[in-house]
Design a protein around this ligand. Structure first.
Ligand SMILES: Nc1ncnc2c1ncn2[C@@H]1O[C@H](COP(=O)(O)OP(=O)(O)OP(=O)(O)O)[C@@H](O)[C@H]1O
Ligand SMILES: [Mg+2]
Length: 367
């Protein structure tokens, strides 16, 4: 597990100190490099530390996932990297060019979640216009607009107004706009949010293919682990504005694996008893759905024995698989490891205290 260099602060409010003052070597080979990047909104009591000193590295050519719960700071960090938000402090580079500068902006394509489109332009005109804004000649922009509408199966919608598109079509158009000038880095925020599973699957595959053909590095955010998994090689997890860890999915699964297996079959109780008598499984039990849950260090042996056990008990197998760790579990693990388990409930505690205080005030006023 490759933990980032930030040390746990042990306190939500305490940002990692002096990270931005460190001597940093700018690495031009990295698609994204941020050092102690911060974005605070508001002041004083109402200040929101949306992004609180994050260090991210995205390598050239990789599809890198950016995961975190709602409000973690994903969009805010992406908007800083994309040059839309000015950081409160800290530094960031895109292939060695400081974020927010024309030199960096030239290298990127950006699709932010829930895009809004002008009512006056068709999808086709919008793509041409956006292409020209990135410096493309009109003829090339026209060519690419057609090409991308075709790739994303939107050709017949090219002459419609995107403001009236469905969520999925808007997401695809945002993607086309982000990629049509063949940027070296694509920043895709929740690019498949709101899509039905089939469209999501298609779009994930298209992103993957395009990135590989164009050699584009991709930084993509999302909530859904199983979807991000198909797309990315490494992930960075952000929680409450701070980076929890950067790791490969394989390492993440290994680190947070439950070591449990689920076996769903008919006559489950009898199968469980037979499995148990093999003597190679621990903590074996039936859950509330009559699924057999167990741990075993000799799973290969269980695989070999299972067909006979099922046959003996006239049992039909429905599912046999390791219990995969969920993104939520990873978050909880990451947070607990870094900040202690109280961190998770800090907001709720503060809220409860506030409610309690308000109650006391009311009581005092009445009294
Ligand atoms: N313009 C703003 N003004 C004030 N607070 C903001 C602003 N933008 C974001 N925030 C706050 O910053 C925090 C991080 O928000 P952000 O949108 O970056 O999270 P996110 O990880 O993208 O969440 P989601 O998964 O819901 O999209 C939240 O607490 C949010 O309320
Ligand atoms: Mg967001």
């Amino acid at each position: 597990m490759n933990w980032t260099t930030e040390e746990p602060s042990g306190n939500l409010q305490a940002a990692p100190e002096k990270i931005e003052e460190q001597e940093i070597e700018v690495d031009e080979s990295l698609a994204i490099q941020t050092i102690g990047l911060k974005k605070y909104f508001g002041r004083g009591y109402n200040q929101v530390r949306a992004v609180d000193g994050i260090n991210i590295t995205v390598k050239e050519g990789e599809v890198h996932g950016y995961l975190g719960p709602n409000g973690a700071g994903k969009t805010t960090s992406m908007l800083m990297i994309a040059g839309t938000y000015r950081p409160t402090s800290g530094k960031g580079y895109i292939f060695g060019k400081p974020i927010g500068t024309p030199a960096a902006n030239k290298l990127i394509g950006v699709a932010i979640a829930n895009p809004h489109f002008w009512k006056s332009m068709t999808a086709y005109d919008y793509l041409i216009y956006m292409g020209q804004l990135t410096g493309m000649q009109k003829t090339l922009a026209k060519e690419r607009a057609k090409e991308f509408l075709h790739i994303l199966e939107m050709t017949k919608h090219g002459y419609r107004h995107p403001a009236k598109f469905s969520t999925g079509m808007k997401a695809k158009l945002a993607m086309a706009q982000a990629l049509m000038h063949h940027p070296r880095l694509a920043i895709l925020d929740e690019s498949t949010a709101g899509l039905d599973p089939e469209s999501r699957f298609k779009l994930v595959n298209t992103i993957k293919e395009l990135a590989s053909i164009l050699g584009t590095s991709v930084f993509v955010s999302g909530h859904i682990l199983t979807e991000i998994e198909k797309l990315v090689s490494r992930v960075t997890i952000i929680v409450k504005g701070k980076i929890g860890l950067t790791t490969t999915l394989k390492e993440m699964r290994k680190e947070f694996s439950t070591g449990e297996y689920a076996l769903e079959c008919s006559n489950a109780k009898r199968v469980m008893d037979d499995l148990s008598s093999l003597g190679v499984s621990t903590q074996i039990y039936l859950d509330s759905n009559d699924t057999i849950i167990f741990q075993s260090d000799f799973i290969d042996y269980v695989y070999v024995q299972l067909p006979e056990i099922l046959q003996r008990n006239g049992s039909e197998l429905r599912r046999f698989s390791p219990i995969e760790v969920t993104l939520e579990e990873v978050f909880i693990n990451v947070i607990s490891k870094r900040y202690g388990s109280d961190f998770l409930y800090e907001d709720e505690l503060l809220f409860e205290q506030q409610v309690e205080r308000e109650g006391l005030f009311k009581k005092a006023r009445r009294g």
